[in-house]
Design a protein around this ligand. Structure first.
Ligand code: CDP
Length: 206
């Protein structure tokens, strides 16, 4: 069976946790597509390749490497993600993943709009910038990275602006997407809401 769940939204809205939980609940495979852009950004720095070549050279093993989750790499990722040739070079990898047997969850910025517009379920997960900055600040602090809240909020706002204002595949809810605003929800409530939507779609598909 092929069944795709597309989950989009801005940084630190809860996409990652929701995606992993949905994948676990239904036995689907999960791809965090942000890692493709993070790995591309890092390859650029390490190899001096052109952006498109760096994107083409990303392998599944590159997505497993340590150090992709830092603020510096996120910043780099959102810059390379504005380059159309980079985005184009990463399309096939994502579509192949989505088409696998047994179901797939992909999370990112343009999954429901560009990569998988025919996904069985599309979710747009969001929260206020302040709430997202607080969550990201807690995550960073917990993982031992130095961060101050004001700086993280500034980063979140800058990345939101870059992601929503870029010409190629800007961040926006896809047609037919279910909106989940997690500002006033704890993570269990957000996961429950997402799982309920996916379950209903699975039942409908039969
Ligand atoms: O986890 P977080 O939301 O902070 O970052 P991420 O999902 O790993 O994405 C890092 C950056 O990659 C984003 O700010 C986007 O600019 C870019 N990205 C994208 O353009 N398209 C995607 N499908 C996924 C990420």
């Amino acid at each position: 069976m092929k069944f795709t769940v597309a989950i989009d939204g801005p940084a630190a809205a809860g996409k990652g946790t929701i995606s992993r939980a949905v994948a676990r609940a239904f036995g689907f495979a999960h791809l965090d597509t942000g890692l493709l852009y993070r790995a591309t950004g890092r390859k650029l720095l390490e190899t001096g390749l052109q952006p498109e070549e760096a994107a083409k050279s990303v392998t599944p093993a590159d997505l497993e490497r340590d150090g992709l989750r830092t603020q510096a790499v996120a910043e780099l990722a959102s810059r390379v993600a504005t380059i159309p040739e980079v985005r184009a070079a990463l399309v096939a990898f994502q579509r192949d993943f989505a088409a696998r047997e047994g179901g797939a969850v992909l999370d990112g910025r343009d999954i429901g709009t560009v990569i998988c517009p025919d996904a069985e379920v599309k979710l747009f997960v969001t929260a206020s910038p302040e709430c997202r900055a607080e969550r990201r600040w807690k995550e960073l602090t917990a993982s031992g990275q130095a961060a101050d809240y004001a700086g993280v909020l500034d980063e979140v706002r800058k990345r939101d602006a870059r992601d929503t204002e870029r010409a190629d595949a800007p961040l926006r809810p896809a047609k037919g997407a279910h909106l989940i605003d997690t500002t006033e929800m704890d993570i269990d409530q957000a996961v429950d809401a997402a799982v309920a939507i996916v379950r209903k779609a699975l039942e409908t598909k039969g």
